[in-house]
Design a protein around this ligand. Structure first.
Ligand code: ADP
Ligand code: MG
Length: 699
């Protein structure tokens, strides 16, 4: 149970003034919150600014820096309505030093007449540009009369990825959220707090949302450090509690006789790579030991983790127990089910799939079979966490693409089998040094080489302006049988972001290529998604327009072309994941990265890396490096899953301290009963590691 003191922070954002359904949805998108959970106040508070705009009134028109943000005290001059359609509405303004033209595209004239009455003084703030020898400001962010000066923030924080949600909208929400932070007990050790000159949680987070200048947002300074430490400490404590618990529950030795494994291997059309073989041996070794296995199987997209998982599960099935494979989405469950069934057809392993769509009689009889031990391998989503999903004897839980699941969900799952071994599969190329932070104390097996016979992918960078040429080529390729992904970035319909939404793109491609085109995106129902993926797999659709829902783990080996639209807006890790969807079959694959407008230096560097290499570890390193240089394209895309505030490129040092701190705490106060222990329980709940607390009570 979450302590009541935290309730205000976990209240839904729609309890904030001015937030209705539409804004709540926007916030949920912006904050990357899964569809079935809404954004909470805590989520906006943890969404930290990455830039500031200085709106202090300092210069006059003559002194305004072109291309910068200026706040000016001006007198309104003449309005000029657009002479013809397509041209902007202009308003002349001036001060003693010169004049400036305010420019509005498709405005409401009455509104502007009211906002900017001729002859009156106004304070305006926005970006200045020069156009045709004229100093201009397009769509100022602020137009206020001089009495309302205070409504223009002097230093305005800028938040990442706020398409459709301006800082102006966010600011009052954040202010209200900050005000609702209760007085929380201090959980950090007093000496540590003093040594680092850290202030309280509330003060630290307030400071970050009200930066005095850009340097206040330095992740290595006190306010951010404090919050990162909170998060890291919560993580380490939770892991410590899990470990404490696991130590009390022994695993079982399972060896198996190799019969199923032999049959599976005999049926494969390929031979295992060396690292696949080694990983299977390492896993077999763990499973054969009396203590519980906690192992991470790390391998780039397409490196062949699935067969390794199947062989691991086969060992357990040979020994008479059951296994579960969990994946984050229904599509993946379906795919794993198909793949595993294919691989094990000759071995006689009983495999079943359970998702939220499995209902009624089917579900009841499946659960019955599971309980009786008639099912060897259950492939499932979150649906598998439900209490009525019971195994006769669960020996191994395999979790694919785990970053969608929390540590404690994994644990909940492992607890369904009191001594089940745990294998986590990830394609995230986390450096070994960070595995601990992300996954806790796990052993690691790595798939280093790609399966033999895989051709490299030809990656090209192309301006959107050459789209027509691309479409002509696509037509030819599709007529020759190619299967194509067309990926669009997820955006709100906003005229500020020049990006094509998937639906628009679909309409355009459909009018050109007809029924060969399909679409899949996050707002579709699971069943519809599965249907579209099936059509694409079978080839009744040749071109699939998608948002990044295809990103995780989708396997259609026949797909050989991927087009990523507005590739400049994607993070490197994401592009790498996306590109991993092609190049899986025997044909030569190509990836076309389309970009719009001028590429920034950083974007160019990112796309160039994509062209140069397919090595996931190298891409991860470059990603970290480029981000360190100030490109903050979505902190959520940071390579290490599970952290909201801590950024390991800056806070890795704190991780060590947190680990020692957690160990020390649990050695002295294993049940978190002391005063500090109780405060730490609040911390755990604050970072949603509350499940770990339940372990204090349980066996
Ligand atoms: P991922 O690690 O991304 O989950 P998969 O397990 O989906 O990768 O494997 C990608 C593809 O490679 C699958 O079609 C699989 O059958 C194939 N594959 C796996 N191992 C090998 C191998 N040793 N040789 C050739 N193909 C392989
Ligand atoms: Mg996979």
């Amino acid at each position: 149970m979450r302590p009541e003191i935290l309730n205000p922070l976990f209240a839904s954002v729609d309890t904030l003034k001015g937030v209705g359904k539409r804004r709540a949805d926007l916030l949920q998108k912006l904050l990357n919150i899964p569809d079935d959970e809404g954004a909470r106040i805590l989520d906006i508070l943890f969404h930290l600014p990455w830039q500031v705009v200085d709106r202090r009134l300092r210069e006059n028109i003559a002194g305004a820096e072109i291309g910068g943000t200026a706040t000016l005290d001006v007198t309104v001059g003449a309005h000029t309505r657009p002479p013809r359609k397509g041209l902007p509405y202009k308003v002349n303004v001036f001060d003693d030093s010169g004049e400036l033209t305010l420019v509005f595209f498709s405005p409401r004239a009455e509104y502007l007449a009211k906002q900017l009455p001729e002859g009156e003084r106004r304070l305006i703030s926005g970006e200045t540009t020069e156009f045709g020898g004229e100093l201009q400001m397009a769509h100022p962010q602020y137009i206020v009369d001089p009495d309302s000066k205070a409504t223009i923030p002097e230093i305005e924080p800028v938040y990442p990825l706020t398409a459709g949600l301006s800082g102006k909208i966010l600011a009052p929400l954040i202010a209200e959220g900050l005000a609702s932070i209760p007085a929380l007990p201090e959980w950090i050790d007093a000496t540590l707090l003093n040594n680092h000159s850290w202030s309280s949680f509330k003060v630290a987070i307030s400071e970050l949302h009200h930066p005095k200048d850009i340097s206040a947002l330095d992740p290595t300074l006190a306010p951010w450090n404090r919050l990162a430490y909170d998060e890291l400490l919560a993580g380490q404590l939770a892991l410590g509690l899990v470990r404490q618990r696991l130590r009390r529950s022994l695993g079982r030795r399972r060896r198996g006789d190799g019969s199923l494994r032999r049959k599976i291997l005999d049926g494969l059309s390929f031979t295992l790579t060396t690292s696949q073989e080694r990983s299977v041996e390492e896993i077999a070794d763990d499973i054969g030991r009396p203590d519980r296995m906690l192992r991470l199987l790390q391998g780039d997209v397409g490196s062949g983790k699935t067969i390794v998982a199947l062989l691991a599960m086969a060992i357990v099935v040979e020994s008479g127990a059951q296994t579960v494979l969990m994946a984050p989405t229904e599509i993946l469950v379906q795919q794993h089910y198909d793949t595993l069934t294919g691989f094990s057809s000759g071995a006689g392993i009983k495999i079943a799939a359970l998702t939220g769509r499995t209902k009624g009689k089917t579900r009841a009889s499946l659960l019955e079979d599971l309980k009786l031990g008639k099912i060897d391998v259950l492939v499932t989503t979150h649906a598998g966490f439900q209490d009525d999903v019971q195994f006769r004897e669960l020996g191994l839980a395999v979790i694919d693409e785990q970053h969608r699941f929390g540590v404690h969900q994994r644990l909940a799952l492992a607890n369904k089998g009191n001594n089940a071994d745990l294998l986590v599969m990830t394609a995230t190329p986390i450096p070994r040094s960070l595995v601990l932070a992300a996954f806790g104390d796990m052993d690691v097996s790595r798939l280093l080489e790609k399966p033999a016979g895989r051709k490299s992918i030809d990656t090209r960078i192309l301006p959107q302006a050459r789209e027509e040429e691309l479409l002509l080529r696509l037509d030819i390729a599709m007529k020759a049988g190619a299967r194509v992904y067309w990926v669009c970035p997820l955006v709100e319909e906003s005229d500020l972001v020049p990006a094509n939404s998937a639906e628009q793109r679909f309409a355009m491609l459909e009018s050109r290529f007809g029924s060969r085109v399909g679409i899949i995106h996050g707002r579709m129902k699971g069943a519809d998604k599965v249907r579209v993926m099936e059509a694409f797999t079978e080839g009744s659709i040749d071109l699939l327009v998608a948002t990044t829902v295809i990103e995780v783990g989708v396997d259609v080996p026949d797909a050989s072309i991927m087009i990523v639209e507005n590739a400049e807006r994607f993070g490197l890790a994401q592009l790498h994941q996306l590109r991993g969807r092609i190049g899986r079959g025997p044909t030569q694959s190509s990836c076309i990265l389309l970009y719009q407008g001028e590429l920034s230096k950083n974007a160019e560097a990112r796309l160039t890396i994509m062209r140069e290499t397919e090595d996931g570890f190298r891409i991860a390193e470059e990603d970290l490096r480029l981000r360190g240089e100030g490109d903050l394209l979505g902190t959520q895309q940071s390579g290490v899953p599970g952290f909201r505030l801590a950024r390991l490129e800056h806070h890795a040092g704190l991780l060590d301290i947190a680990r020692q701190d957690a160990r020390h705490i649990l050695a002295q106060d294993p049940l978190l009963k002391s005063d500090r222990g109780q405060s730490l329980q609040v911390l755990l709940h604050l970072f949603e590691r509350g499940d770990a607390i339940r372990l204090l009570a349980s066996g």
